[in-house]
Design a protein around this ligand. Structure first.
Ligand SMILES: O=c1ccn([C@H]2C[C@H](O)[C@@H](CO)O2)c(=O)[nH]1
Ligand SMILES: [Zn+2]
Length: 135
């Protein structure tokens, strides 16, 4: 693995430790890699009004955008499940798609092993911002 992917994977594992998930007890960590090489992390943040919960992936991307980043190349995501590679939820896939289909996605297990996939594989035939200007 490249050093940058190694770092991204490590950062998503560290971010998972920050999860605020008293209701589900299901911590998730995410780390996005910007085109400039910066890494921004996120964790899930739950709420007593359950529907207000924000996933780790969206926390990371919203932080990144708020810090001035709009161009991304990869995201690494992890949770506590040891025996399978777990993908982002559908809502998060759509939110990532807002910033292009050209993302690498690293589904990471707690031991740091990962499976490489892409956003276009995870969200085929996606609705994207470009469609808004086609009518
Ligand atoms: O892609 C996902 C799916 C779920 N969760 C969080 C939301 C909730 O806090 C917990 C259980 O669904 O996991 C994420 O952070 N990312
Ligand atoms: Zn999600």
């Amino acid at each position: 693995m490249t050093d940058k992917v190694k770092e991204l994977v490590l950062k998503c594992l560290q971010a998972r430790d920050m999860a605020y998930c008293p209701y589900s007890r299901f911590p998730v960590g995410a780390a996005v890699l910007t085109a400039e090489g910066a890494i921004i992390t996120g964790c899930n943040v739950e709420n007593a009004s359950f529907g207000l919960t924000v996933c780790a992936e969206r926390t990371a991307i919203q932080r990144a955008v708020a810090e001035g980043h709009r161009s991304f190349t990869a995201i690494a995501v992890t949770c506590d499940i040891k025996d399978s590679f777990v993908g982002p939820c559908g809502a998060c896939r759509q939110v990532l798609m807002e910033f292009g289909s050209d993302w690498m996605v690293y589904l990471t297990k707690p031991d740091g092993s990962y499976r490489e996939t892409s956003l276009s594989d995870l969200l085929p035939l996606a609705f994207s911002p470009a469609h808004l200007s086609k009518t």
